[in-house]
Ligand binder design. Structure first.
Ligand code: T46
Length: 132
């Protein structure tokens, strides 16, 4: 399945920790957009869509949450709970976000500008697109 766990280099000392993310280096694409998700509700799932072209890296900066990833054949469930780990999600992967902890904060680095036309928000349509 087209996802990867990325372990970022941490520059840590007595003052705390620092992580640096750079386009085409630790991030395997040119970053065109950054967005954050916070103030989530453990009873309200998010996501439930795929992207035709978009690649993203998801980093959980605080708290934790689960990502369900689905390529039409297999499903994987991953828990994100640390800021030095990124979840790379390639194109054509259905994703659902669940089990948000209290004060969960997620940062997402995206390879493209926002474009609602690029989303597939219907699971049946997602499966059909994989066939074509
Ligand atoms: C994804 C998961 C991990 C914008 O106007 N610009 C943006 O860059 C984004 C990401 C969203 N929006 C608007 C579109 C909706 O009116 O913000 C609203 C909420 O977006 P959505 O319901 O798509 O949020 P999630 O949390 O379900 O999904 C988001 C991303 O949209 C998606 O690409 O992979 O996070």
């Amino acid at each position: 399945m087209n996802y990867k766990i990325l372990n970022f280099t941490v520059f840590g000392d007595v003052r705390g920790s620092l992580i640096s993310l750079e386009s085409n280096k630790s991030v395997p694409f040119e970053i065109k957009r950054v967005y954050c998700i916070y103030g989530t509700n453990p009873e309200q799932d998010r996501g439930k869509h795929s992207h035709k072209e978009l690649e993203q890296i998801v980093v959980c900066l605080n708290g934790s949450c689960s990502f369900v990833l689905d390529d039409g054949k297999k499903r994987a469930i991953l828990t994100l709970d640390r800021p030095d780990v990124g979840l790379y999600i390639g194109k054509n992967i259905w994703r659902e976000m669940k089990n948000f902890s209290e004060k969960c904060v997620i940062m997402v680095l995206a390879s493209e500008y926002y474009d609602e036309k690029e989303y597939i928000r219907d699971y049946g349509e997602f499966l059909k697109c994989l066939e074509s």
